[in-house]
Design a protein around this ligand. Structure first.
Ligand code: FEO
Length: 164
């Protein structure tokens, strides 16, 4: 069984992961519209990953005999500015998610819900990677700027994400 507090918190996190998927899909379309197909591909895969994050938590809630409480998914912004500004928003968003995961982890510890704590460990580790990756892309964008050919090289490199 799962207690109400943890169940609510997990349902909120499921919603946040789905909102993340929605956000990255909107960002992907924004890049596509500017012909940056590599950034678009990277963000589309990121959106898929976020759906996976949500589904893992859905499975966990149901396995624990909890109730799935799906909520409205926040609409993403319509504009993201330059590619550099867009990745600033990715990093900022991932930092926000890290905060919610950490709070959830702390809550499961306080409630002595060991199964939740162990499951959430995966998310704590994942957030380290999520922030590091977004931070690296942002550093590269800031270093090369958006005027020369460097950004097209980075676009092509990120477009290989997921390629066999
Ligand atoms: Fe599911 Fe990017 O955090």
């Amino acid at each position: 069984m799962i207690n109400q507090k943890i169940e609510d918190a997990l349902n909120r996190q499921i919603n946040l992961e789905q909102s993340s998927a929605q956000l990255y899909l909107a960002m992907s379309a924004h890049c596509e519209a500017k012909s940056f197909r590599g950034f678009a591909q990277w963000l589309r895969l990121q959106a898929q990953e976020e759906t996976t994050h949500a589904l893992k938590l859905v499975t966990f809630v149901l396995d624990r005999g909890g109730r799935l409480d799906l909520r409205a998914i926040e609409a993403p912004p319509k504009e993201f500015g330059t590619i550099t500004q867009l990745f600033e928003q990715v990093l900022e968003h991932e930092r926000k998610i890290t905060g919610t995961i950490n709070a959830l982890f702390e809550c499961s510890r306080q409630e002595k819900d060991f199964a939740s704590e162990i499951t959430l460990q995966w998310y704590v580790t994942e957030q380290v990677e999520e922030e590091a990756t977004a931070g690296q892309i942002l550093d590269q964008l800031r270093a090369i700027g958006e005027k020369g050919g460097g950004i097209w090289y980075l676009d092509s490199k990120l477009g290989k994400r997921g390629a066999k």
